[in-house]
Design a binder for this molecule. Structure first.
Ligand code: TXA
Ligand code: MG
Length: 345
């Protein structure tokens, strides 16, 4: 199957809409990452998402809508959700609601809840409006690869596997949406993203919990609140190690560890802040953005991880940022890329 990459305009929206109505797949940009969409109410279309991605069938999908009137047929809404929708939709917040029978169990991997989000990206909004369907869409990467943040990333993973990619340029946020569980007693963040714990708490006026395994591996007998947390995600082929500690110790340690590996003949590099590029110039430094801008680091992270594989990196040492605000989302993804291996300088 030839994969077309089209710029968004009236005719490509009409084409995307036709494909979706026929049960075919369309990759499209959102403000977080690119999604791989199918008609959420068409079971076979949904199954073909799992096939194209090589995704385990027990990992549920997010349903994307452009208007709240679409919610009625999909789920029932707890009262807590209303102020959050007012504050953060459209935007990078996914909420779990109680699923109604119209949603095929293939979308929710048999769970009683369905994840819903209203993206703010104009291309996503226009495509959702053109087709009028709720669109189930995971990130448009092959399973186990970093989420795509450009149309070129999607093409790397999906060439000849899907008919259409809508090219809306680079995604703004660069990390996937915040996933918030509102179906249990306490609102709980299952996956941190652009809408932070503080932002949610200030709207709700109450505490929002963080799922335990956001900054550490899932324990052997621990039940994953979100099935996605069970899988090894976002991991480049090389071994990544995080270096934690005060700057005056981390930078020399990054340098020493990387140079040791180079001497041992390993293809190795460091992921470092813009501010440290010069001090680490003999370590093949990869700029992850300024230490003072977690948003910039988020925006670049997945592209950087993809490049490590292209370059055949075997050993990677990375700086870390405080796990606060957007930094929590960054450290969740970077931590998983490193299987949470950390050396304290
Ligand atoms: O930003 C995003 O959320 C992107 C764009 C395309 O919208 N989508 C995305 O989808 O990241 P995906 O499938 O890669 O990640 C969805 C996550 C998975 O970890 C999945 O396990 C979790 O949400 N999830 C979905 N439905 C769930 C449910 N009913 N209960 C618990 N977790 C759920
Ligand atoms: Mg994904």
């Amino acid at each position: 199957m030839h994969t077309k990459v089209l710029l968004p305009d009236e005719s490509s929206y009409a084409f995307a809409s036709d494909l979706l109505k026929q049960g075919k797949l369309v990759a499209f940009p959102t403000e977080t990452v690119y999604g791989l969409g199918a008609d959420a109410l068409n079971k076979n279309a949904v199954l073909s998402i799992f096939e194209a991605k090589g995704r385990p069938a027990d990992n549920p999908l997010i349903v994307h809508i452009h208007d709240r009137s679409q919610l009625d047929e999909l789920c029932s809404i707890p009262p807590l959700a209303e102020p959050l929708m007012d504050a953060f939709w459209p935007g990078p917040l996914t909420m779990l609601f109680i699923r109604k029978p119209s949603v095929p169990p293939e979308v929710t991997a048999g769970l009683p809840t369905v994840a819903i989000r209203m993206p703010s990206h104009p291309v996503a909004a226009a495509m959702l409006k053109a087709c009028g369907l709720p669109v189930a869409a995971p990130s448009a990467n092959r399973s186990g690869r970093p989420s795509p943040t450009t149309a070129a990333h999607v093409l790397e993973d999906m060439n000849d596997r899907i008919p259409l990619i809508l090219d809306g340029g680079a995604c703004d946020v660069g990390l996937e949406s915040t996933v918030l569980d509102l179906c249990h007693e306490q609102p709980t963040i299952l996956r941190p993203g652009g809408v932070t714990k503080d932002m949610l708490e200030s709207v709700l006026g109450r505490e929002v919990l963080l799922a335990g395994s956001i900054l550490r591996p899932l324990g052997e007998n621990e039940v994953a609140l979100s099935p996605g947390m069970r899988y090894k995600h976002y991991a480049p082929k090389g071994a990544v190690t995080l270096i934690d500690g005060p700057e005056e110790r981390t930078v020399p340690l990054l340098r020493r560890l990387c140079l040791e590996q180079k001497q041992a003949g390993k293809k190795s590099c460091v992921l470092c802040f813009t501010e440290h590029l010069e001090s680490l110039s003999d370590c093949d430094p990869h700029d992850i953005g300024s230490a003072s801008s977690p948003d910039e680091i988020a925006h670049r992270l997945f592209d950087t991880l993809r490049r490590l594989d292209e370059e055949g990196m075997e050993i990677v040492f990375s700086e870390v940022i405080p796990p606060e605000g957007m930094g929590l989302a960054v450290m969740n993804r970077l931590g998983r890329a490193a299987a949470f291996r950390t050396i304290h300088a």
